[in-house]
Structure formats: structure tokens, C-alpha cells
Design a protein around this ligand. Sequence first.
Ligand code: GLN
Length: 422
Amino acid sequence: MRTPVPEYLHEILESCRGNTGGEVATYIPELGQTDPDLFGIAMCTPAGTVYSTGDADAPFTIQSASKPFVYAVALRERGLDVVNFHVDVEPSGDPFNEMSVDSETGKPSNPMINMGAITTHCLVGDSGLSPMERSEIVRRELSRFAGRELSVNETVLESEFKHRYRNVALASMARSNGFILLEPDDAVWGYTRQSAIVVTARDLAVMAMTLANGGVNPLTLEQVVPQWVCRQVLSVMATCGMYDSAGDWLSNIGIPAKSGVGGGILGALPGQVGIGTFSPRLDQHGNSVRGVEACERLSRQLGLHLMELPAPSIDAIGQQSTTESGAVLVALQGALTFPSGELMLRRFEEIPMGGDEIVVDLTLVPSINVVGDRMLREGLRRLGRDGHEVTLIDPYERIPNPVAHDRSEIPVVDDLETYEEA
Ligand code: GLN
């Protein structure tokens, strides 16, 4: 059989193709040269499979879709406190090129609008670097997110830098308020070169999946940024990524996302999918019209909204039974997280005090998160304290270091047979 996913993606593309609303950006004259009919969609999974359709390999400049990645690099390099000192994380509700600052401190509102993005660009690398050196670091770092060497479109860079005055005004204000130390022209040149990095919809999908994958590129398996950075970046994308339509986007589509005036949109749903779309005609907010529609359909049809009810965990804890040798067997089933962990503890609670042998089977537990791990170890500790002898069946080492919360070791076997033989 052949997987239906590529056909499905193609249907999405065809169902949005007729939407020719919006205009190609012309305030950067070179962007006005883009073929407005180009349209591509790509989707990347945590396992690194990339599905694509239409013009998913057509090159375009990344523009503002670069902002989350440069923010991520700044966070990794400088830490959260330093970056927070320079740029806020408050949605501005303003267009991307507005002078949006905190009314008391004058700090740029967030790193997803131009003023905050120029500020975060300046946080990459040593302050003594030349604008070219800094923007080369940015290009190389974005390449790591994409899993391939990205280049710069010099014509777009030149075209935008000629019309840089609004961004220079934003950089000058950020400098005057004390959040940028570089010369405004230098800061804007580097930021403009960052915006002129060339990507495809396929690249955006892989870059998005890297953010949605705790910082590990699904193709190269390289850890580009740590997990905490991704959580921070995705949060800010969710609240500020789509500028003055961010609230509408979050409630309607519910995927942390970022658009660029080159026509790209990337969407990153933690642990699930990276989406990249390319279609150059933009709405009044500067977001790709067909890209927004494609994301809307994908979100609806694939159940990708962040606030969607999570997969049921209520039945995740399997039945309690007795082994041949008379031990109490608790076979857990499904991911161990807070709600399923709570059920597990209640199941443990039903076991009366006294010297039973208890076997807890993790064979059908695919994953255990931080709190699931704590709950399991603490549950095992309490069962031990109640006078039970507890053994774990853990063939896939879901509990890599089998020590309960009181540091007592928990015996582990690979299957029930081994347990019965012992
Ligand atoms: N480089 C563009 C600018 O500064 C990026 C804007 C965007 O993509 N929204 O205007």
C-alpha cells in the first residue's frame, strides 16, 4: 500500500489554490518580482519524514520567519535573563514595523516584530563582531535548523537595505532606549541580511519541526538549541508570531507560527508536526493568504489546535490481576503523565497494606514524562513502605535508573516469565 498522506496534502493545496486574494509585498521592490502564483506546502514529522506538494522546493527569502530562530540562538547564547532584559514577550497587537515598546521602560515589545527582532539580532555573537561576521553566524545557525547550508539573496538584501529607513528608525529608538549597543545602520544591515536568507517551504517545515522537537533537527539529529529554549520560543510565537492577527490565529488555528513578507509561514506544533507554506500574496497583516488558509484546513482536519482535547489517558491504566505465583500484577498502558499517573496511584491505593508481592508492568508504556516518573517512583516507594515487595517489568528501560524516591533499588525484569522463574 502507499501512504495517503501525500495525496491528502495535495488536496489541501488544490483546495486553496483558487484563493488569489492579497498582494505581493512591494515595499521591498525586489519582492515585487516574485511570481504570485507559486504555492507549496510541506509537512515534517518528528521521525524526519517530509511530505511536500506544489512548489515546496521553490526558493524565497525567509524575512520575518527568521525571527524565532535568531531569538532561539540569542536565548541559547545569552540565557533567558539577559535576553528578557533586552526584549519583552508581550504581544503588541500592532503591525510588524510599528514602534511597539513598553510605555515605562521603552523596551521593544517582543522579538517577533521588527524592533524586537533587530534587538535580538544584536544579541547574537560578541558585541565586537562586524555586521558581516554576526550575520554569518546567523546564516550558519539557521542552516543547522534547516539541516542544510542556506544562502543569502544578495539582490533582495540590497533592495531592502536601500529602503531601510523605517527599520533604522526602530533601531535608533531601541539604541536610544539602551537596548541596542550597535550603530543602527549596522544593526539593520545584519538584520536585513538575516531576512534575505533563502529557504523553501520544505526548509521551513524542517526548521519548524526542530523547534517542535525540543531543538533536535529531525533530519540531522543535531541538538541545535536546548529544550527550554524551544518552549520559550514557541510560547512567544503562539502569542506574537502573527502580529496584529495573533489572537485570531491562536484561537482559530492554534499552532505556534511565524510568517514572513516573502510569502512563507511556518507552524510548529510541539511533539507533532512542523509545517511550511509558501505563497507570496499577503493579507493586510503581511501574512500569506493561501498559507493562512492551508494552515487553517490542516489544523481543522488533522486536529492540530493546541487547545484540542489531548488523546484520552483515562483508560491508560490497564487492569489489575494476579500472576500464576499469586503476585498482584498492575499492567500500565499508555503514556505516563499527570492524569494517567493519578489513576495509577489510585490503583496502587486499592492494594491493601501488608506483605504482597506486586509486579508493575511497563511493557505497554511508550513514554513517561517528568511528573509521570516522579509519581511512579513515589508510588513504588510508598508500596514498599506499606510492606510490599515490588518488582518492575521494564524491557525498554522507561525507568532508566530504577531507584525509588527513598533511594531504595527496585528490582527490574524483562518479562513476566523471568519474574515467575526467579
Ligand atoms: N525584512 C522585513 C522587514 O523588516 C521583514 C518583515 C516581515 O517579514 N514581516 O520589513
